[in-house]
Design a protein around this ligand. Sequence first.
Ligand SMILES: [Zn+2]
Length: 273
Amino acid sequence: MPELPEVEVTRRGIAPHVEGRTVTGVILRHTGLRWPFPDNLDALLRGRVIRAAGRRGKYLLLAFDHGTLIVHLGMSGHLRILPADTPPQKHDHVDVLLGEAAMRLTDPRRFGAVLWHAQEEGAVDGHLLLRSLGVEPLEAVFSGETLYRQTRKRSAPIKQVLLAGNVVVGVGNIYASESLFEAGIAPTTPAGRISRARYERLAAAIRRVLAAAIERGGSTLRDFVGADGQSGYFQQDYFVYDRAGQPCRVCGAEIRQLRQGQRSTFHCPNCQK
Ligand SMILES: [Zn+2]
């Protein structure tokens, strides 16, 4: 599943090809993904200029003067820029035409979303899907203090508080496990019991882990352009994620796996307390 770094790399990949461009049409090859597509999307966007390609959490936000097109990649979706006359494959559900180019959304499992938020409904941050999102981990407002203040009354394990996304957004399963390892915090620790100093370490770890993933993804940017491009959900060398039974890269102890909610958590019982 694309996590925040993959979505941010997607944003950076498409931005130079869509910003300032006029939409010349929209082709829908299905009735919808997770939700039905907005009515009359072609009429709504045709002749309109994409002002900016932004992101909030894992939502891509294509800003127009009269509203925002919200795109979520779901479990398996990806966006590419390719020649508009490229024959569609089975799971190519949406083309936003930009003259001779098209921004094409491919989503085999159809858990993604394409939604419209009209300007007259107010700022897009107020959209039902966006309004309760936590702070952006890569923005200056995010700090250990943010985590500390917002978790004083939380008895839930820190891993689950991170995944919930209402304190800090976009720290999914992989990056939560990796950040907690780097900060030396056991994933089962009640969020309300973690000190300010340890949250400072965790916030720094979250920033570093996400930034490193985005940087690694930067090498795949050219793959967002071209008919055969596979936008990269890049593999990387993890410290704990998906390494159950293998030795910790720091101390050599065996990496353990446990279930929290419906998700697997990986941790080093020696490095994380
Ligand atoms: Zn270890």
